[in-house]
Design a protein around this ligand. Structure first.
Ligand code: SF4
Length: 499
């Protein structure tokens, strides 16, 4: 693939407010592509986690952007939700001086076949394919025919490719042929089951094992399980080999790049207008630090000022650990460690809102460059640097709460049925600084009204700082998050039912 050193790559995942494993593969594929330096910038965004699809644009400097959905099929999300949230008008969108290329989702790329074969061989090494039934499991839903097409295409490709399996079949959780009938649908003595999902979430490690008969009831999420599954499992007189979700396969990063390459070929993308200048956000961050603005959320940043090549340039700690003896802190050296540090709170509970005031203590992160610092802060507080910079130069475009609630579809389509008073009360309660979220809200209620009532406690000064905190880098909220949409839906429903 030609270098895209002028462009940004955004990988879009579903994410989850409950399951910490859901976004992990998307982040890992982004890490891998970032390390290959094929793009000027690499970022992730999520439907259910931070940064949101609106926020992620603020963290991107590049004028050319490629968006690859890390989704299995071309269904509802890729055809409706993502284009709406990312404000796309088609495969190529020109907006705000940027050119945005919307690629196909990874799951429909023909090279997924290679991954499926590799995963099957890994999970059942030295088991002859001629004595093996390969089952590819999807979710399935009668609502959208595309949700099964990607899997049916793979079954056809493997079947016609002559890869030597005794049989290859597609099965689903929620429509026929049902995965629960696996023993009736297959005949070989060995059965390899590969979940065709992006991540090891509720389905691949909780629901499907129950449907297969491996477990009696749904268990904990993968990250909370003590013992990984042991293959093979003897069931119905067969050897069953169960794999983790196909999306966790390391080579998925290559499929993401394959989708970019295919997009370039299909749309004859021209590389001539390439801009590969330095990141303006990194420069802004350096300026803020030089001005003494060295706190963001619960993270304190120290420029070491040491010019020894092997010494760290920046040292990050929890703000309450600034005076703690370094020897008592656990020291990390990679930007990606910030993602792990901020993943769970002191009690080990998942932190879906990264700006919740629950960042755990006891760590020190030593980084070697401004680029590493910028990336680590991106993991601690997704898109925060970009939003603070956009606010500073006057380009931040906050989304009024009514616009957000009004554009919801599916089960959230009634969320805008709350009245103004309820909206402000909900923000005051769900966003409370002390217990819920450290961000300062910069979005209004609608085009003509600001938030009022208890919600005003969430509004900072003009730059988004808390009172007396002008030495910090502000954490801004330009658009209400998923938690507010869910809460609004609940209140709207109660309004409807009480009529
Ligand atoms: S809507 Fe509230 S809880 Fe959600 S990110 Fe914004 S300030 Fe935080």
């Amino acid at each position: 693939m030609p270098s895209h050193a002028h462009a940004a790559l955004i990988i879009v995942g579903h994410g989850s407010t409950l399951n910490p494993d859901s976004s992990a593969p998307t982040h890992l594929h982004a890490d891998s592509i970032r390390q290959s330096r094929q793009f000027r910038e690499v970022a992730c965004c999520f439907w259910k986690e931070e940064p949101s699809m609106r926020e992620v644009y603020e963290s991107i400097d590049s004028e050319v952007i490629y968006i690859v959905p890390n989704f299995i099929s071309e269904g509802y999300f890729c055809q409706q939700v993502l284009p709406r949230e990312l404000r796309l008008t088609g495969p190529i969108t020109h907006r705000d001086g940027k050119t945005i290329h919307y690629c196909d989702p990874v799951g429909i790329h023909p090279n997924m076949t290679r991954l499926l074969l590799q995963r099957a061989d890994e999970v059942a090494p030295s088991v002859p394919r001629s004595e093996t039934s390969l089952i590819i499991v999807g979710h399935g839903t009668n609502l959208n025919e595309n949700s099964t097409k990607a899997i049916q295409d793979q079954v056809k490709l493997i079947h016609e490719g002559g890869y030597g399996f005794a049989e290859v079949i597609d099965t689903y959780m929620e429509e026929a042929p049902f995965v629960a009938d696996w023993h009736k649908l297959t005949t070989a003595p060995n059965v390899v089951v590969v979940p065709f999902f992006i991540a090891d979430g509720l389905h691949s490690f909780q629901d499907i094992p129950v449907l297969l008969g491996m477990e009696k009831e749904t268990g904990k999420a993968l990250s909370q399980m003590d013992v990984f599954r042991h293959n093979p499992i003897e069931m119905q007189g067969r050897h069953v080999y169960y794999s983790s979700a196909i999306g966790t396969e390391r080579l998925m990063a290559d499929v993401i790049l394959d989708q970019v390459r295919d997009f370039d070929l299909k749309h004859a993308v021209d590389f001539d207008s390439a801009d590969s200048s330095d990141s303006v956000q990194a420069k802004a961050l350096a300026n803020w630090l030089a001005e003494g603005r060295n706190v963001i959320g619960q993270v304190h940043i120290v420029e070491s000022g040491v010019s020894v090549p092997s010494a760290p340039s920046y040292i990050l700690r929890h703000i309450e650990d600034v005076a703690t003896e370094a020897i008592t802190l656990k020291t990390f050296h990679e930007p990606a460690s910030a993602r792990e540090i901020s993943r769970v709170d002191e009690a080990g509970e998942f932190r879906p809102i990264k700006t919740a005031p629950t960042l755990k203590r006891g760590w020190q992160l030593e980084l070697g460059s401004l680029t590493e610092l910028q990336l680590a802060l991106e993991f601690f507080y997704p898109a925060a640097i970009g939003m603070a910079y956009a606010q500073e130069i006057g380009t931040l475009n906050p989304v009024p709460l009514r616009d957000l609630l009004g554009r919801q579809t599916g089960m959230y389509r009634f969320a805008n049925g709350i009245n103004d008073e309820q909206a402000s009360e909900l923000i005051g309660k769900c966003c409370a600084n002390a217990t819920k979220c450290l961000r300062r809200i910069v979005f209004p209620l609608d085009a003509t009204q600001s938030l009022s009532g208890t919600a005003t406690s969430k509004i900072g000064d003009e730059a988004g700082h808390d009172a007396g905190q002008s030495n910090s880098i502000p954490l801004l909220c330009m658009e209400a998050c998923n938690h507010i949409v869910s809460a609004a839906r609940k209140v709207a429903r109660e309004n409807f039912e009480s009529k």
